[in-house]
Design a protein around this ligand. Structure first.
Ligand SMILES: *[C@@H]1O[C@H](CO)[C@@H](O)[C@H](O)[C@H]1NC(C)=O
Ligand SMILES: *[C@@H]1O[C@H](CO)[C@@H](O)[C@H](O)[C@H]1NC(C)=O
Ligand SMILES: *[C@@H]1O[C@H](CO)[C@@H](O)[C@H](O)[C@H]1NC(C)=O
Ligand SMILES: *[C@@H]1O[C@H](CO)[C@@H](O)[C@H](O)[C@H]1NC(C)=O
Ligand SMILES: *[C@@H]1O[C@H](CO)[C@@H](O)[C@H](O)[C@H]1NC(C)=O
Ligand SMILES: *[C@@H]1O[C@H](CO)[C@@H](O)[C@H](O)[C@H]1NC(C)=O
Ligand SMILES: *[C@@H]1O[C@H](CO)[C@@H](O)[C@H](O)[C@H]1NC(C)=O
Ligand SMILES: *[C@@H]1O[C@H](CO)[C@@H](O)[C@H](O)[C@H]1NC(C)=O
Ligand SMILES: *[C@@H]1O[C@H](CO)[C@@H](O)[C@H](O)[C@H]1NC(C)=O
Ligand SMILES: *[C@@H]1O[C@H](CO)[C@@H](O)[C@H](O)[C@H]1NC(C)=O
Ligand SMILES: *[C@@H]1O[C@H](CO)[C@@H](O)[C@H](O)[C@H]1NC(C)=O
Ligand SMILES: *[C@@H]1O[C@H](CO)[C@@H](O)[C@H](O)[C@H]1NC(C)=O
Length: 583
C-alpha cells in the first residue's frame, strides 16, 4: 500500500499540468489540486525517512554537507523560532497525520536551466493531513523547508493543498565580500550565510587577501611597504611565518571551521579566495624580492621563487577549505609600465601552474577573475578546467572569448558591484530596476545575462557553461569607510530580489515589494536588522528616581519599567535629581 501511494504521488508531482507560482522569494512552481489547507500550526512532528536519514548531497560545492537528519534538526529550530511550536523529530518510512515528512526521490523534472539533473531540487506535496518535502538530495529538502517557512509566514500558517516541483536554474547563487581590505568577524559572516540561505542562495565567496590601493606606484617604495595590506588566515605553520602580522583581525583554523560549518549547516558554501599575482602587496611586504620592480602590489612571476611561494601558501591552507573549488584571484595583473603582451604570457603560465598544483594536491577545482582571454597569438591559454569569474567587459567578452571556447564562466559582472563609501563608478545599493528588468530581450535579469544592454553578448539561457551568478561587494576605500553592518545594509533591500533571479524565479517588482518586509522579519537565525525585541510599544522605560539596591559596592541597577527587563547597570553614578541622572 505504501509503495502504491508513493508511486501515485510521484506521478502527480512530476506531471506538468498548468503550473502557477507560489509567491515567495524565490517563487515556487505549484499547482493547487484540491480544496482545503494544511495548517502548519497543527504539526506535531517532523518525520525523516529512515532510509535517507544519514544521506548527504555529494553533488554540491561543499565537502561538509549536512545529513538529512541534521537539516531536519535545523528546520525544527527555525520552526520553533518562527511559528512558535517545537516539533518532535522521528524517523519513519511514510508521512503521518500532522507531520512534515522529509524524504528523497528522483523526479524526472529535477532539471536546471541547462536541462541537467540538479541535486538542489525538491518536490512539495501538501494534503490537508500532512506535508511531504521530497528532495533530489538533503540540500534539495533544505530548500523545500525554506519554501514551507516562507509560505507559512505569508499565509498565516495555511498551505493550500497541491503539489509542485522546484529546481534552481543555476548551482552557484550568492554573494562575495571583500574581507581583505576590511575585516568582518566570523559571527557576522555566519549570520549573513543564515540570512542568504532563507532566499535559497548557496554561495558566499570570501576575498581573504588584498591591499589599499590599486595603483600603489604613486607612493615611494618605503610608503608602499607600509600600506594597508592583509592576509586574513592565521596559522603557526612555519612555512608562512611572517605572512600575517595582524593576528587580531584574522581567522584561525578554528574560526574558519566555525564559519564553514556554520554556513554549510544552512546549505551555504564558503568559497575562499587568496589573491595573486595582482593585489598581492601583503605578499610583497612579506617577501619583497617577489615584487615586480616599480609596482610592488604585483608579483614578478618570472622571479624563480614566486610560483613556489604561492604554491607553499596554498599547500598550507588547502586542508582548511571544505569546498570543491577555490579561487586564486588572478585579477587585474596590469602594469602601466610594461606591455600587456609581456604580462599575459607569464600570467597564463602562473594560472596554469597554480591549477596543476592545487588540483594535484587537493583534487579541487580552481577559479580566477577574467583577465586575459584566449588569443590565437598567445603561446599558451588558460586551461579549460579553470572556471572564469567575469566582472568587466573591458577585460573579456564572457560569451565570445570564454564560453564559445569551452570555458565555464561565473557571472559577477560589475553592474551589480557595490563599492563601499564612496566609489565614483559604483552604487551603494543593488540596482533593483536591473534585477527586475535587466534582460535586454525583455524581462528580468538572470545569471546568463552578462550584458543587460546587448543580447549578442549573452549565451543562451540553457548554456551549460554558466554555473551561476555572484554579487560582489568591495572595500576599495578601506577598512575605515564602513562598519560591519553597512556591508549588510548595502544588500538588505534588494539582495533577496536578486536571489529570486539567481534561482530562476518569476517574482515581479510589485510582488517583491508586497512580501519582502514580511519575509525579512521572519528570516531565521540572524538579527542583522538588530531588532530589539519588545513586549509592547515601549522598548525601554527608565525613571531615574527608582534605583534598585546596590548589587555590590557602587553598582546600581536602573530598573526598566517597560516590562522587557532591559535593566540598566551603572557603577559610575555621581548624582540624581529631578528624574535625571549624572554619570
Ligand atoms: C545515522 O548515523 C548515526 C551516527 O553515525 C547512527 O547512530 C544512526 O544509527 C544512523 N541512522 C540511520 C538511520 O542509519
Ligand atoms: C538521483 O539520481 C542522481 C543522479 O543519477 C543520484 O546521484 C542520486 O543518488 C539519486 N537520488 C536518489 C534519492 O535516488
Ligand atoms: C600558536 O601557538 C600558540 C602556542 O601553542 C597557541 O597558543 C596559539 O593559539 C596558536 N595560534 C594559532 C593561530 O594557531
Ligand atoms: C585590532 O587591533 C588594531 C590595532 O590595535 C585595532 O585598531 C583594531 O580595532 C583591532 N580590531 C579588532 C577587531 O579588535
Ligand atoms: C623579475 O624577475 C626577473 C628574474 O629574477 C628579473 O630578471 C626581472 O628584472 C624582474 N622584473 C621586474 C620587472 O621586476
Ligand atoms: C594578441 O593580439 C591581441 C589582439 O590583436 C593584442 O591585443 C595582444 O597584444 C596580442 N598579444 C600578444 C602576446 O602578441
Ligand atoms: C588559444 O585560444 C585561441 C582561441 O581559441 C586559439 O586560437 C589558440 O590556438 C590557442 N592557443 C594555444 C597556444 O592553445
Ligand atoms: C539601473 O539599471 C537600469 C536598467 O539597466 C539603468 O537604466 C539605470 O541607469 C541603472 N541605475 C543606476 C543608478 O545605475
Ligand atoms: C546600458 O545602457 C544604458 C544607456 O546607455 C546605460 O545607462 C546603462 O548604464 C547600461 N547598463 C549597463 C549595465 O551597462
Ligand atoms: C552588441 O554587441 C556586439 C558584439 O559584441 C557588437 O558587435 C554590437 O556592436 C553591439 N551592439 C550595440 C548596439 O552596442
Ligand atoms: C582611514 O584609512 C585611510 C587609509 O588607510 C587613512 O589614510 C586614514 O587616515 C584613515 N582615517 C582614519 C580616520 O583613521
Ligand atoms: C517560472 O515560470 C516558468 C514559466 O511559467 C515556470 O516554468 C517555472 O517553473 C517558474 N519558476 C519558478 C522558480 O517559479
Amino acid at each position: 500500500m505504501a509503495v502504491f501511494i508513493r508511486t501515485f504521488v510521484a506521478i502527480v508531482l512530476c506531471s506538468s499540468a498548468a503550473v502557477g507560482d507560489l509567491l515567495g522569494i524565490p517563487t515556487v512552481p505549484f499547482t493547487l489540486t484540491g480544496k482545503g489547507h494544511y495548517d502548519v500550526h497543527t504539526t506535531n512532528s517532523i518525520v525523516v525517512n529512515a532510509q535517507y536519514a544519514n544521506a548527504t548531497d555529494t553533488n554540491g560545492w561543499t565537502l561538509i554537507p549536512p545529513t538529512l537528519s541534521q537539516f531536519a534538526d535545523t528546520f525544527a529550530d527555525d520552526f520553533a523560532d518562527t511559528l512558535g511550536n517545537r516539533m518532535r523529530m522521528r524517523t519513519g518510512n511514510q508521512p503521518q497525520s500532522n507531520s512534515i515528512f522529509l524524504t528523497l526521490d528522483n523526479c524526472t523534472d529535477y532539471r536546471n536551466a541547462a536541462g541537467r539533473w540538479t541535486s538542489e531540487a525538491y518536490s512539495l506535496e501538501v494534503t490537508d493531513d500532512h506535508v511531504v518535502i521530497s528532495g533530489a538530495s538533503p540540500l534539495g529538502v533544505w530548500w523545500g523547508t525554506r519554501t514551507l517557512s516562507q509560505q507559512a509566514t505569508l499565509n498565516g500558517g495555511l498551505l493550500g493543498v497541491g503539489s509542485g516541483v522546484d529546481s534552481p536554474g543555476w548551482n552557484t547563487r550568492g554573494i562575495f565580500l571583500d574581507v581583505g581590505r576590511h575585516y568582518y568577524p566570523p559571527s557576522f559572516i555566519v549570520e549573513m550565510c543564515n540570512w542568504i540561505s532563507f532566499w535559497k542562495q548557496n554561495t558566499f565567496h570570501l576575498h581573504l587577501s588584498d591591499n589599499l590601493y590599486n595603483n600603489v606606484d604613486i607612493y615611494s617604495l618605503e610608503r608602499q611597504l607600509e600600506l594597508y595590506a592583509r592576509f586574513r588566515l592565521l596559522t603557526n605553520d612555519s612555512a608562512v611565518a611572517g605572512l600575517n602580522l595582524h593576528p587580531n583581525e584574522s581567522y584561525t583554523r578554528q574560526d574558519f571551521d566555525d564559519i564553514q560549518y556554520g554556513c554549510a549547516a544552512r546549505g551555504v558554501t564558503i568559497i575562499p579566495e587568496i589573491e595573486a599575482p595582482g593585489h598581492a602587496l601583503v605578499i610583497s611586504q612579506w617577501k619583497p624580492e617577489l615584487a615586480l620592480d616599480g609596482q610592488i602590489d604585483l608579483l614578478n612571476i618570472s622571479y624563480p621563487d614566486t610560483i613556489p611561494t604561492m604554491e607553499t601558501i596554498w599547500q598550507t591552507f588547502l586542508p582548511w577549505f571544505h569546498t570543491k573549488a577555490v579561487h586564486i584571484g588572478a585579477d587585474e595583473y596590469v602594469d602601466s609600465q610594461l606591455t600587456t603582451n609581456a604580462l599575459a604570457g607569464l600570467y597564463n603560465t602562473f594560472v596554469n601552474s597554480m591549477n596543476t598544483h592545487i588540483n594535484g594536491i587537493s583534487g579541487k577545482a580552481m577559479r580566477i577573475w577574467g583577465t586575459f582571454p584566449p588569443m590565437s597569438n598567445y603561446t599558451n591559454n588558460i586551461s579549460k578546467d579553470v572556471a572564469i569569474q567575469h566582472w568587466e567587459f573591458f577585460d573579456d567578452y564572457p560569451y565570445q572569448d570564454y564560453i564559445q571556447n569551452g570555458y565555464s564562466v561565473i557571472n559577477a559582472d560589475d553592474h551589480f558591484y557595490i563599492v563601499n563609501k564612496y566609489s565614483g563608478s559604483y552604487q551603494q545599493q543593488l540596482n533593483k530596476t536591473l534585477i527586475f528588468h535587466g534582460n535586454p530581450s525583455g524581462g528580468a535579469f538572470a545569471p546568463y545575462i552578462f550584458d543587460p544592454n546587448n543580447s549578442t553578448n549573452n549565451p543562451p539561457k540553457d548554456s551549460p557553461f554558466v554555473p551561476g551568478h555572484i554579487a560582489a561587494q568591495w572595500n576599495d576605500y578601506g577598512y575605515n569607510t564602513s562598519t560591519y553592518l553597512e556591508a549588510y545594509y548595502s544588500w538588505r533591500d534588494n539582495l533577496a530580489a536578486l536571489a529570486d533571479k539567481q534561482w530562476g524565479g518569476n517574482l515581479t517588482e510589485m510582488q517583491y515589494d508586497s512580501i519582502f518586509e514580511t519575509l525579512q522579519a521572519a528570516a531565521p537565525a540572524q538579527n542583522l536588522d538588530r531588532t530589539v525585541k519588545s513586549k509592547g510599544s515601549t522598548v525601554l522605560q527608565y525613571e531615574f528616581s527608582s534605583f534598585a539596591p546596590a548589587a555590590s559596592g557602587s553598582h546600581k541597577v536602573v530598573k526598566d519599567l517597560s516590562g522587557n527587563d532591559y535593566n540598566g547597570h551603572t557603577d559610575c553614578l555621581s548624582s540624581m535629581s529631578n528624574g535625571s541622572i549624572v554619570l
